[in-house]
Write a protein that binds this ligand. Structure first.
Ligand SMILES: CC(C)(COP(=O)(O)OP(=O)(O)OC[C@H]1O[C@@H](n2cnc3c(N)ncnc32)[C@H](O)[C@@H]1OP(=O)(O)O)[C@@H](O)C(=O)NCCC(=O)NCCS
Length: 164
């Protein structure tokens, strides 16, 4: 598990494309991401091959926005996405000195992603709330609505001891 470098960008683009679910952004955008936001992103490797990634950034509010999570099909269902999320949250909380508020948007139909964030919140005793996020009317194409999930530490001054 590590923060991505520019040489990981091509793999992140490939994993997003091959997921069949994630929006496929330009290969250039993943390069920009790995250049400017590596410390809020993560890549997981097996035998030196990237098999999973998370892109995230710190919002003006200070919360960690998780943008995309992708795991290669062959590596799914083994806890990799949960481990990447835990690794990223812990590395940023250590820098910040307290647990993070985390946010993401997830379509109604993406059960795997919903289970990922629900499980993370449950293990860490975080409060999970859902609000409108980005409604259908905001998208110019056939994109599904993207409700906003917000994961808040129950006590922001107490470090949870029940790690993922
Ligand atoms: C969503 C995704 C990243 C999950 O990766 P993963 O490594 O298989 O997930 P994990 O093994 O860490 O599982 C995390 C939780 O999700 C649950 N889960 C995983 N896949 C699931 C599925 N297909 N249906 C329902 N629950 C699922 C697991 O049981 C686990 O739950 P728990 O914490 O309660 O035990 C992966 O399925 C993927 O890349 N999907 C395509 C891209 C995508 O949809 N990304 C998310 C939107 S940003």
């Amino acid at each position: 598990m590590s923060h991505p470098t520019q040489s990981d960008a091509r793999h992140m683009w490939r994993m997003a494309r091959d997921s069949g679910v994630l929006d496929v952004n330009s290969s250039y955008s993943y390069l920009l991401w790995c250049t400017d936001f590596p410390s809020t992103s993560v890549v997981a490797t097996i035998d030196n091959q990237p098999v999973g990634f998370i892109t995230g950034y710190i919002r003006p509010s200070g919360s960690l926005m998780i943008w995309q999570v992708g795991v290669d099909e062959a590596s799914r269902g083994k806890g990799l996405a949960a481990s990447m999320l835990a690794w990223l949250a812990d590395s940023l909380a250590a820098l910040q000195g307290e647990p993070l508020v985390m946010e993401t948007t997830v379509t109604q139909s993406n059960m795997a992603s919903r289970a990922l964030f629900a499980g993370f919140a449950r293990r860490r005793g975080m409060v999970l709330t859902e609000s409108t996020g980005f409604g259908l009317e905001l998208f110019p194409d056939a994109h599904e609505a993207e409700p906003l999930l917000r994961l808040t530490p129950q006590d922001p001054h107490k470090t949870p001891n029940n790690r993922a």
